[in-house]
Structures are given as structure tokens and as C-alpha cells.
Design a protein around this ligand. Structure first.
Ligand code: COA
Length: 409
């Protein structure tokens, strides 16, 4: 390898760091103040850069996130801005930065790390497994018709200043109950979710925000952008692109979906991130009109501390499962474990005994939030051992609702 040093960037180097990862993602720096916004959620001390001399040739970052898991929360190292310059690819820089990043995460007490992958072939080797999936849907809004027995209320438009006051409480209530979502602090709201600079619009409007009011106050909101256009015959043919729709109740869900699918002049509606088991499918007359376009892997989880991670979540069924983890990337995690669940609460510890089941650490990450299908992993040979034990693992780990991660980071 050439003479490369890996270290966090300084405050002075931070603008160059942001410019470097924007370039790594095939983009330019979008505005002078873009680094300033990133710095609030990803401070210089949470970065890693690969330096060749004074030039940054690779970037990495870690967000401090609190992830909802079944029955609780866990601290998650949010792996982000992973890039290596094309001139330095396939020299091992990603691996070198990942090793340091995960070592730091363990030293800082994170039981898991998580990421969204730009390409799904990269991170399995580092022990990340697909813990949540999502569906990208696009539809002809006026054809989405809610059943007569579904309550659909009028909703209320608010300004972004009002949104600062209203949205966090609605979001927190849903986040607390949804494994796969992660908590937001004021900085995240200001410099990520509600940020609305011209460079973010890509030819569309500013963010529009609409809330649903339930009996006890706001209980759902949708944030979206619009783009007007005309069809060849002159009819308005604009689009609505939903950024996020958060609903704490079925009425809020139906009302907000109904609103975005019936905006005059904007029949084309796109939701990029709908939960795989979203109940809106059961609320409409013709589910096919909601049109699934792509099912994709969303949040990937990398378990770093098996005992703490598994003790931090609850389980659907009591029982004992003994399993061996194969972790070729971080052998420290390798070994045999016993998980005992009583009253839904788990205790996990290392054992000296030979494990009944064997699985790679990325498969444990896939099962962790309750979405992974142990039975299917068994049939694919990714969990090895007696079928009865794999089925028990399935019944213990799999949750009634699918986990869902609402935001890319
Ligand atoms: C993805 C990227 C960071 C890889 O960096 P790199 O320094 O070339 O990777 P390394 O040389 O350290 O390779 C590490 C391993 O990953 C593999 N790998 C690297 N890029 C890969 C890809 N795009 N798909 C599948 N495998 C990949 C390598 O073959 C190597 O495998 P091995 O350890 O089994 O031999 C780099 O190509 C990049 O910046 N891409 C554009 C930005 C991007 O997509 N980033 C990911 C954001 S989530």
C-alpha cells in the first residue's frame, strides 16, 4: 500500500472532508455552508479520513444513534460517508477504515453498528446483515381509493417553524414503538430533517408539511415536495414525492395517504420508503393501485457485542437457543453463546459448550430487529443445525410487525 495515514480530520480540514465524500458519491460540494450543517450531526472527532500526504483519499464517519429494538433501545454506531477515491480503489482502504471504525465503536461501547448501503455487495464481508427492508412505491394518486369503512379526516398544513414544535413529539411516539427507527435530537431535526436548502430540492418545491390532528393533538405528519408538469394533452401531470410519512394511528395513516394521493394537478405520487407490511394496503379498495416498484434492503446491522445486543431486546416466545457465531472479520465476536428467554426477557452469555446452531455474524444482524427469517436462512444453509432449533429461533426472534427504518443516514 502507498503511504496512507488514517485519522479523524481536524476542524480546519472538515470542509475538505465533506468535499471529499461528496466527490466520492459522484457529486460536488453543493453549497459553502454544507459542511457547517454536517458538522452538527457528524463532528470532526467522529470522522475518519485516509490521507495521502495532505490529500484526503478516503472518508468514513460514525453517528451516535439510539436505535429502537423490540422492547427497548440500543446504542448504535451509525456507519456513514464511506468513500474511497477512484484513484485508490481496491487497495484495501475501505477494509482498513472499517477495521478502525469498528474497533472505535467497540471501545466506545456500541453493541451494534448500522448503515444503509449504496451497493448491496459491499458490507456482508464486514459482518453487516440486512435487518430491515422497505418498498419504494409509485402510483397514480387519483386511483387510490380508500374503503368506505376507513375514516379519512382533513389534515392541516403547517410552516417549518411550526414543524419544529409539532413534529418531534409525533415522531418520538412512533419511533419508540418501531424497531429499526432511531431517535432524533434537536440538531438532527434542524440540520437534517427540517433543513431545506435550494441544493436539496432538485427542481422540486420546498418541503411541504401537513399534520393530522387526533383527539389528543397531532398524531401524524407527512413531509413532501411537488413538481408541476403538463402531459402532452395539456392536462396537469405533476408529481408528489413523499420524504417521510409518520403516523401514530391508523386514522392518521389513512388521512395522510389520502391527502397526498389527491393533490390536484399532481397525480404521480412516489413514496420511496414504505414498510413491507404497511397496513395501508388493507385500507384501500384496490391494493394493486398502490403499486410496489422495488423491494430493497434498508438498514443493515452489525452486531459487535452479542451478549449486550441480545440482552437489550425482548423476544416473542420463551425458550433457550445455543448458537455459535462465525465472525471472520472480527474474530473477537466468534464463539458459542446461549440465549435464555423467560417472560420475553433475554439473558445471553458465552459458553464453552459446542453450539447446536451455527451462523455467520451478518445473519445474527439480519435477525436482530425481528425482521429476518431464520427458517429461510436455515433453508439457504446460512443457519446450520437441527430444523427444530432453527424453528425455535424463528419463533423467538421474529416479531409480529416488520422492523422499519424511516431515514437514510
Ligand atoms: C465502496 C468503496 C468504498 C470501496 O472502497 P475500496 O477501498 O476500493 O475497498 P477495499 O479495497 O478496501 O475492498 C474491501 C473489500 O470490499 C470489496 N468491495 C469493494 N467495493 C465493492 C463493491 N462496490 N461491491 C462489492 N465488493 C466490493 C473488495 O473486493 C474487497 O473484498 P475482500 O476484502 O474480500 O478482498 C469505493 O468503491 C467507493 O468509494 N465507492 C463509491 C461510494 C460508495 O458507494 N460508498 C459506499 C457508501 S454506503
Amino acid at each position: 500500500m502507498r503511504d496512507i495515514t488514517i485519522r479523524p480530520v481536524t476542524t480546519d480540514e472538515y470542509p475538505a472532508f465533506v468535499t471529499a465524500f461528496m466527490e466520492g458519491f459522484s457529486s460536488d460540494l453543493q453549497a459553502e455552508d454544507q459542511p457547517e450543517h454536517f458538522r452538527h450531526t457528524l463532528p470532526p472527532e467522529r470522522t475518519l479520513a485516509a490521507f495521502e500526504g495532505e490529500s484526503i483519499v478516503g472518508t468514513f464517519g460514525g453517528f451516535d444513534l439510539t436505535l429502537t429494538v423490540p422492547g427497548g433501545t440500543v446504542k448504535m454506531e451509525g456507519t456513514t460517508v464511506v468513500t474511497v477515491f477512484p484513484t485508490h480503489r481496491r487497495m484495501g482502504l475501505l477494509n482498513a477504515m472499517m477495521t478502525e471504525h469498528l474497533d472505535n465503536a467497540v471501545a466506545n461501547g456500541f453493541p451494534v453498528a448500522g448503515l444503509w448501503a449504496s451497493e448491496s455487495g459491499i458490507y456482508g464481508r464486514h459482518g453487516y446483515g440486512v435487518a430491515t427492508y422497505a418498498v419504494s412505491r409509485s402510483m397514480d394518486g387519483p386511483l387510490v381509493d380508500f374503503r368506505e369503512d376507513i375514516q379519512v379526516d382533513r389534515v392541516r398544513r403547517i410552516t417549518s417553524d411550526q414543524a419544529k414544535e409539532v413534529l418531534p413529539a409525533v415522531f418520538d411516539a412512533v419511533c419508540r414503538d418501531t424497531p429499526g427507527m432511531f431517535a432524533r435530537d434537536d440538531l438532527w431535526w434542524a440540520h437534517e430533517t427540517l433543513l431545506d436548502e435550494d441544493w436539496m430540492k432538485r427542481g422540486r418545491t420546498s418541503k411541504r408539511i401537513v399534520v393530522h390532528d387526533g383527539p389528543d393533538g397531532p398524531d401524524g405528519y407527512v413531509m413532501y415536495r411537488q413538481k408541476g408538469s403538463e402531459a402532452d394533452d395539456g392536462h396537469a401531470n405533476g408529481e408528489v414525492v413523499v420524504i417521510e410519512l409518520i403516523a401514530a394511528t391508523p386514522v392518521a395513516k389513512a388521512s395522510l395517504w389520502s391527502y397526498v394521493t389527491s393533490i390536484d394537478g399532481c397525480p404521480k405520487v412516489k413514496f420511496w420508503n414504505v414498510a413491507v407490511d404497511d397496513d395501508v394496503m388493507m385500507m384501500v379498495r384496490e391494493p394493486r393501485r398502490i403499486g410496489a416498484t422495488i423491494l430493497y434492503d434498508a438498514l443493515w446491522i452489525r452486531v459487535l457485542d452479542v451478549e449486550r445486543a441480545l440482552t437489550s431486546r425482548t423476544y416473542e416466545e420463551d425458550g433457550t437457543v445455543e448458537f455459535g457465531i462465525v465472525d471472520s472479520y472480527r474474530p473477537a465476536t466468534d464463539g458459542s453463546y446461549r440465549l435464555v428467554v423467560t417472560g420475553g426477557v433475554g439473558t445471553c452469555e458465552r459458553t464453552d459448550s459446542t453450539a447446536v446452531l451455527d451462523l455467520d455474524v451478518d445473519v445474527l444482524g439480519a435477525l436482530y430487529l425481528g425482521g429476518g427469517d431464520a427458517r429461510a436462512y436455515g433453508e439457504a444453509g446460512r443457519i446450520r443445525g437441527p430444523k427444530a432449533d432453527i424453528d425455535r429461533m424463528q419463533r423467538m426472534f421474529r416479531t409480529i410487525s416488520a422492523p422499519w427504518c424511516d431515514q437514510v443516514f
